[in-house]
Design a protein around this ligand. Structure first.
Ligand code: GDP
Ligand code: IMO
Ligand code: MG
Length: 428
C-alpha cells in the first residue's frame, strides 16, 4: 500500500496533523501539495507540542523525507523561520526536506495586495490568514508576475524578475490604497537572495523524485492542508482558500497519478469549526458554542483567532467525503463533547422550506440553510483515557455510529485527546 492521503473534511483544523503524525511510523515520505503557511498543524507526542505551518508534519521524524510539491505556495522567509524554530528547539531537520523548483514564491507584494483587497471588501471580507496565499495563486494562474522556486535559486533571473514586477505591483497597490507601502526592489532582492542560498540545496524536481519513489515502492503519505469545504472549486465559494484542498488537489498539486493513492482517510472533528467569514448552518453562536470553544481550545493555530463552533454537520461532511472519495473516517476531538446532556447532529438543511441533504453550490443558499438536527443523548465520562471502542460510554459509541451511518464511510480512528497515544484504532 504505497500511497495514503489524509484530507480534512470540514473547514480546516480537523486534527490532520495528529493523524499524519500517527501514520508517519509506517511511511517514508510525507508530502504537502497545496496551500502554504496558512496551515497550522499541531502534533503532540512525548510531552511536547509542535506546530507546523508550511513544513510537512513528517519533518519531525528522521526516517521521513518531507516534500513540498509544486502546488504549494512558498514564502521562503517563513520556510526558513520554521526550520530555524525547529532547530533551536533541538530538532535537526537538515537534509530531510525537498522543495519543488516548480512551487510558486510568495513575495511581500502578495501580503500587501491581500490586505488591501480584504479591507476593501468590508463586512464581506473572507477573513483570510493574510499570508499572501490567494494573491500568489492569482499570479500563478495569471501566468505573469509570478516567481517560482526555480527562479528564486537562480540569482540573476530572480533579481530581473523582481525589478520587472515591482513597478507593476506598486501601481496596483497605490490604486488599491493611496497610503500603500512603498516596495523596495533592492531590499526584497537582498532578503530573498539570502534565503535562496539556503533553499538552493533543497530545491529539486520533486515530481520526478516522487515518481521514482513510487517506482521504488516507497510508502508515501500526502498531507492535506485546510479542509474540503475550503476548496476553491468545490468549497463554499467565495469563502474558501485559493487551492484544491479536497482530495481533488493531490494529483494536480504533487504530479502523482490519481491511481497511486490507495488509501484516503478523511478527518472530521466530532463537531464543526470555522475560522473567518462564510456561511455555517450548524453554527452555535451561543453558550453551547462557547463551551465547545473553551473545551476544545478552539483558537486558530496560525492567527490566534477564536474559531466559530457548531454541531457536527453531516450534510457538509458527507459531501466532502464523497468528492474526496475517502475510504474511511477519523472522528477527532470526541473528548471535547463529554459532559453534555444532549448533542445534536445536523442531518439535513431546511432552505426556505425545502429539506435537502445536498450542499448547495451557492453561498447565498447555504447562508439561508437552517440545520435539521438529530438529537443524541450525551455522556458524562472523561474519555481521554479510552483506547478501545467498546470502552467508550454507550452514548459516545452511538454518536460515532450515527456519524458513520450518515456519512456512509467506516470509522477507522477516533481521537480522544491531542496526544498521539490518545487514539482508538477501530481495527484493533
Ligand atoms: P489541523 O490543522 O487539521 O492539523 O488541526 P489543528 O492542529 O489546527 O487543530 C486541532 C487542535 O486539536 C490542535 O490543537 C490539536 O492538538 C488538538 N487535538 C487533536 N486531536 C485532538 C483530540 O482528539 N482531542 C482534543 N481535545 N484535542 C485534539
Ligand atoms: P489547516 O491546514 C482553518 C481559512 C481562513 C479563511 C480562508 C481563506 O490548519 O486546517 P487564506 O489565507 O487561505 O486565503 O484564507 O481559509 N483557512 C483555514 N482555516 N484551517 C486552515 O488550515 C486554514 N487555512 C486557511 O481562515 O477563512
Ligand atoms: Mg490547523
Amino acid at each position: 500500500m504505497p500511497a495514503t492521503s489524509v484530507i480534512g473534511l470540514q473547514w480546516g483544523d480537523e486534527a490532520k496533523g495528529k493523524i499524519v503524525d500517527l501514520l508517519t511510523e509506517s511511511h517514508q515520505v510525507v508530502v504537502r501539495y497545496q496551500g502554504g503557511n496558512n496551515a497550522g498543524h499541531t502534533v503532540k507526542f512525548d510531552g511536547t507540542t509542535y506546530k507546523l505551518s508550511l513544513l510537512p508534519t513528517g519533518i519531525l521524524h528522521s526516517h521521513i523525507t518531507s516534500v513540498i510539491a509544486p502546488g504549494v505556495v512558498v514564502n521562503p522567509l517563513a520556510l526558513l523561520r520554521e526550520l530555524d524554530g525547529l532547530q533551536s528547539g533541538g530538532q535537526d531537520c537538515s537534509g530531510r526536506l525537498l522543495v519543488s523548483d516548480r512551487a510558486h514564491v510568495i513575495c511581500p507584494w502578495h501580503m500587501l495586495e491581500e490586505a488591501a483587497v480584504e479591507k476593501s471588501r468590508g463586512a464581506a471580507a473572507i477573513g483570510t490568514t493574510m499570508r499572501g496565499i490567494g494573491t500568489c495563486y492569482k499570479d500563478k494562474v495569471g501566468r505573469s508576475h509570478a516567481i517560482r522556486i526555480g527562479d528564486l535559486v537562480k540569482k540573476d533571473s530572480f533579481a530581473a524578475k523582481v525589478r520587472e514586477i515591482v513597478p507593476f505591483k506598486q501601481k496596483l497597490l497605490n490604486a488599491l490604497d493611496p497610503d500603500s507601502t512603498q516596495l523596495d526592489a533592492d531590499q526584497i532582492i537582498e532578503q530573498y537572495s539570502a534565503a535562496a542560498e539556503r533553499i538552493r540545496p533543497m530545491a529539486v524536481d520533486t515530481t520526478a523524485w516522487l515518481l521514482d519513489a513510487l517506482d521504488q515502492q516507497k510508502h508515501i503519505l500526502f498531507e492535506g492542508a485546510q479542509g474540503s469545504l475550503l476548496d476553491v472549486d468545490h468549497g463554499t465559494f467565495p469563502y474558501v482558500t485559493s487551492s484544491n484542498s479536497s482530495g481533488c488537489g493531490i494529483h494536480s498539486g504533487s504530479g502523482i497519478p490519481e491511481r497511486a493513492i490507495q488509501r484516503m482517510i478523511g478527518v472530521a472533528k466530532a463537531y464543526t469549526t470555522r475560522v473567518g467569514g462564510g456561511p455555517f448552518p450548524s453554527e452555535l453562536d451561543n453558550e453551547i458554542g462557547q463551551r465547545i470553544r473553551i473545551a476544545g481550545n478552539e483558537f486558530g493555530t496560525v492567527t490566534g483567532r477564536p474559531r466559530r463552533c457548531g454541531w457536527f454537520d453531516a450534510v457538509a461532511t458527507r459531501y466532502s467525503a464523497r468528492i474526496s472519495g475517502v475510504d474511511s473516517l477519523t472522528i477527532a476531538l470526541l473528548d471535547v463533547l463529554s459532559g453534555f446532556d444532549e448533542l445534536n447532529i445536523c442531518e439535513a438543511y431546511d432552505i426556505r422550506g425545502q429539506i435537502t441533504r445536498s450542499l448547495p453550490s451557492r453561498c447565498e443558499d447555504l447562508a439561508d440553510a437552517k440545520p435539521v438536527l438529530r438529537s443524541i443523548p450525551g455522556w458524562k465520562e472523561d474519555i481521554t483515557g479510552v483506547r478501545n471502542f467498546r470502552d467508550l460510554p454507550p452514548n459516545a459509541q452511538q454518536y460515532c455510529r450515527t456519524i458513520e451511518q450518515l456519512i456512509g464511510k467506516p470509522v477507522e480512528f477516533i481521537s480522544v485527546g491531542p496526544d498521539r497515544s490518545q487514539t482508538i484504532h477501530m481495527a484493533r
